[in-house]
Design a protein around this ligand. Structure first.
Ligand code: EPU
Length: 491
């Protein structure tokens, strides 16, 4: 049995198998088709009888990677905020817990999925209390600016999030220092102060990092003076965060060429906001429809933020139809918009694709789509340029009969920053391969969903361990699977 199986409170449940810590409920031995694994596991397992096309309709709510940041933004306001369409996922619970610790009253609104944040009594929280959330998510790093503005100091616990590479926070720290923050690294976490206040600055990101751009936005909006951020990320979730901040009273200009200019203001109010839908979840279900030769309508999915995905989906041989929303009119009910994705029959085609920052192909779309690519005729190439270690999950697909080789070279596209750094970040997928059932252990959120899709597409009965991790970013995924006709159950 692998050693050290006590669950530590720093375990975010995302670590790869070798680092992963499990609470012991039932020690168990099982064998995958490639390796003999002996792992102590909880009852956190889903038994999946594969081979049935997914068919039906599901709905996605607000994007995980916007909603969590919108919740942090509420801390900056001096009056209550309302956020609609918030999915019931674990990242939301973590941020809610942290806000609560800092005196923000979070309550459920009238509408299903509506949260109300009252920041009237923001207060300091103890390091021990905050540390309960250590390792649970990457969002706490975004509390730096808002807490410095509201309290003059901040404590940030060890971060979590999926282990898909080193995931440094050097850009965040550099930016905060430029604003005038003093950052002290202590064993229990980061302590920040701003003895001379926070001041606008000119800063250029070495890479258009989503998190670091959000860090700058959430700090600059109330800093003294003007901030100019160059090489900023401009993902739709960031633009939606800018919309929220603007509703709160911020002055933010998005220029061409990834330049964002923020004019600091002395106070911000609350906001009412309906977030953009989760385009990662939508693409995950689309990939599941394609890999299982099914037909899934994703209500809430929006074409505009998924154009790059839709182009690839069509190039692979998938079919889709966009249904626009129609407001209710006298005598006729309205219609919720969405996108229907299906496998039109016949063989899928191989493609070459490269993940990139927006408007490129999202890194988070990669893992679910690769399962469908195992069913395409010929050689597909995937060049991962956002994270250096996001192809490890392909081993599990190979154990199910896929034929995927990973390479250190930059294949199929322009050289990226990982090319000379010895990271296996390109994959060649030879297909079509018949997938067969296997016992799988989920390594991280998006790879986990790809394991699930593979189990649904494979012939036979697979056991997928660690599925609870999927609840970090996919609301009610088991209920959605059931509504799409999947044969999956808890043992
Ligand atoms: N980077 C640095 N230094 C930094 C920050 C980032 O070197 O200080 C590097 C990272 O190591 C990575 C690249 O920059 O190689 C991009 O990282 P980025 O900061 O853009 O990612 P993030 O903000 O940590 C968010 C999403 C990810 C998504 C990426 C890219 C959240 C909570 N997470 O992460 O989503 O993959 O942007 O779009 O918003 C997921 O949802 O499963 C997920 C991993």
């Amino acid at each position: 049995m692998l050693p050290g199986r006590q669950r530590a409170n720093r375990d975010d449940g995302c670590a790869p198998l070798g680092q992963r810590q499990w609470s012991i409920a039932r020690p168990l031995t099982f064998h995958s088709s490639t390796d003999a694994l002996e792992v102590a596991l909880t009852d956190d397992v889903l038994v999946v009888h594969g081979g049935t096309p997914l068919q039906g309709q599901i709905r996605v709510r607000g994007a995980k990677n916007l909603v969590s940041k919108a919740m942090v933004a509420a801390l900056l306001g001096d009056s209550p905020s309302r956020l609609y369409d918030v999915p019931r996922i674990r990242d939301v619970e973590v941020v809610r817990g942290l806000l609560d610790l800092h005196g923000v009253r979070v309550t459920d609104g009238d509408e299903d999925g509506e949260l109300v944040f009252d920041p009237a009594n923001v207060e300091s929280a103890s390091t021990d209390e905050i540390n309960v959330h250590a390792g649970s998510s990457r969002i706490p790093i975004l509390f730096c600016g808002p807490l410095l503005h509201r309290l003059g100091h901040a404590f940030i616990p060890d971060l979590g999030g999926c282990h898909i590479g080193p995931r440094p926070i050097d850009f965040h720290m550099q930016a905060l220092r430029e604003f005038g923050a003093v950052v002290e690294k202590r064993p229990e976490g980061l302590h920040l102060t701003a003895p001379n206040g926070l001041h606008g600055t000119k800063f250029s990101l070495p890479y258009p990092s989503v998190g670091a751009t959000e860090q700058v936005l959430l700090t600059a909006v109330m800093a003294d003076g003007v901030t100019e951020l160059r090489n900023a990320a401009v993902e739709p979730e960031i633009i939606d965060l800018i919309c929220i901040l603007q509703k709160m009273g911020a002055i933010i200009k998005v220029h061409t060429d990834r330049v964002i200019e923020i004019q600091g203001v002395p106070r911000l109010g609350g906001y009412h906001h309906r977030p953009i839908p989760d385009r990662i979840e939508a693409a995950s279900w689309a990939a599941a429809a394609l890999a299982t030769r099914g037909d899934v309508e994703v209500l809430g999915a929006q074409q505009v933020d998924m154009m790059t995905f839709l182009n690839v989906f069509r190039s692979v041989g998938g079919a889709y139809e966009v249904t626009d929303a129609r407001p209710p009119r006298l005598g006729s009910a309205g219609q919720e918009g969405g996108i229907r994705f299906w496998h039109p029959g016949g063989e899928l085609k191989s493609v070459a694709l490269e993940t990139d920052v927006h408007p490129g192909f999202m890194t988070d779309w990669q893992q679910p789509l690769v399962v469908a690519l195992t069913q395409a005729r010929g050689l597909s190439i995937v060049h991962e340029t956002v994270y250096e270690q996001r192809l490890g999950y392909t081993e599990a697909l190979n154990s199910m009969g896929a034929n995927i080789q990973v390479y250190r070279d930059c294949l199929g596209g322009t050289p990226c920053r990982f090319g000379r750094r010895n990271f296996k970040h390109s994959a060649v997928i030879a297909g079509p391969s018949k997938l067969h059932a296997a016992d799988l252990v989920i390594p991280d959120l998006r790879a986990g969903f790809s394991h699930l899709i593979a189990a649904l597409a494979a012939e036979g009965t697979s056991r997928v361990y660690g599925v609870d991790l999927i609840n970090r970013g996919y609301e009610d995924f088991e209920a959605k699977l059931a509504s799409l006709g999947a044969h999956a159950e808890r043992p």
